[in-house]
Design a protein around this ligand. Structure first.
Ligand SMILES: [Zn+2]
Length: 339
């Protein structure tokens, strides 16, 4: 893997490349971004580049002895710390710190990747902070996190912080077309549902369950608009058996009705903005049975439900209320139960 494999992150990539070229490497870096955005890839490419022996070639060169060890996953200069159970514990940090100070290095940099760094316990963070204040020579810590705010401010202030950006639809489509031989529709669908996160797009492409799941989601909405409340409600409670699944379903419902809003407000931009672009006929059908006012009301109901699910309110009750309220709005009854 090379820096050119990191898509749509030019500021980050240029800065890391410069650090390698000019040999101005900080002791700590934080790569922050949602799951699947490329934090690990970035960490591995940077670690390879820091240790690459390829003179006169762009680093990492992928052919020198060091790069080969990275590719084979047996380079002695890289260590990965990740949660055991729910957290990264102080013992894990102490172990890694004592190993770093003892190990006689192969030439280059020792790179410690702390994956899910936000899961470090307070004590583990304290121990880490002390090391960061007096770091061993030629040692670089790469903290990968979805939420840098869970890290001690004193740790954050001692690291270079990079937020990995969501990538544009164009970049995503180009990447998917170059790496996977797939038809245009599937690439567009994966791009639209990826929220700019490459890992998510790849997961959608490789996961038939996702497509099947989405078909069920769509079925519940169609049922609801055909007036089959009981069937829709039963199917939703099957689909949304866990909080995570309930959030996935509600997220989808939001994307569906936002698509209808786009068809209403910006039909010319539909090709670029509508997420469920392969379902235009279905979207138009449901649009035909709504007024704009009803549509906005439904979007508000779904947003409130999503908020409740995230706030640990009973997700089953929240979803049930959501369905009932959408039904009431679509039927034009004037009884807005609070969701
Ligand atoms: Zn190399």
């Amino acid at each position: 893997m090379k820096f050119s494999d990191i898509i749509g992150q030019s500021v980050l990539v240029n800065s890391l490349k410069r650090a390698v070229e000019e040999d101005k490497v900080a002791n700590g870096y934080i790569f922050c971004g949602p799951k699947g955005c490329g934090k690990k890839l970035t960490a591995f490419v940077f670690a390879s580049a820091l240790n690459c022996k390829g003179a006169d070639r762009e680093k990492p060169c992928e052919v020198c002895s060091s790069c080969i060890k990275f590719i084979n996953g047996n380079h002695p200069n890289i260590e990965i710390v990740k949660p055991t159970g729910a957290t990264i514990k102080i013992k894990q940090m102490r172990d890694i710190i004592s190993e770093v100070s003892k190990t006689s290095l192969e030439a280059g940099f020792k790179v410690i990747i702390i994956d899910n760094a936000e899961k470090m316990t307070h004590e583990a963070q304290d121990a880490f902070l002390k090391t960061l204040e007096e770091p061993p020579q030629n040692t670089v810590f790469l903290l990968l996190t979805e939420n840098q705010h869970s890290l001690l401010p004193t740790i954050v202030s001692r690291c270079q912080v990079y937020n990995i950006k969501r990538i544009s639809n164009n970049d995503m489509e180009r990447y998917l077309k170059n790496h996977y031989k797939l038809d245009e529709d599937k690439v567009k669908l994966a791009t639209a549902h990826s929220n700019g996160i490459i890992g998510r797009a790849v997961q959608i492409l490789q996961d038939n369950d996702y497509i099947n799941e989405r078909n069920l989601y769509i079925k519940t909405i169609k049922m609801l608009f055909e007036g089959n409340y009981n069937e829709a409600s039963m199917l939703v409670s099957d689909i949304a058996a866990s909080r995570e699944a309930a959030e996935g379903y509600t997220d989808f419902a939001l994307s569906w009705f936002r698509d209808i809003m786009v068809l209403w407000e910006a039909p010319d931009a539909a090709d670029d903005i509508v997420k469920n672009i392969d379902m235009l006929d279905e979207l138009e059908n449901i649009k035909g049975s709504l007024t704009k006012w009803k549509l906005y009301k439904i979007i508000d109901i779904i947003k409130d439900t999503l908020k409740q699910i995230k706030q640990n309110v009973s997700f089953k009750n929240s979803l049930e209320c959501m369905i009932l309220n959408i039904l009431e709005v679509s039927n034009g009854k004037d009884s807005w139960g609070k969701v």
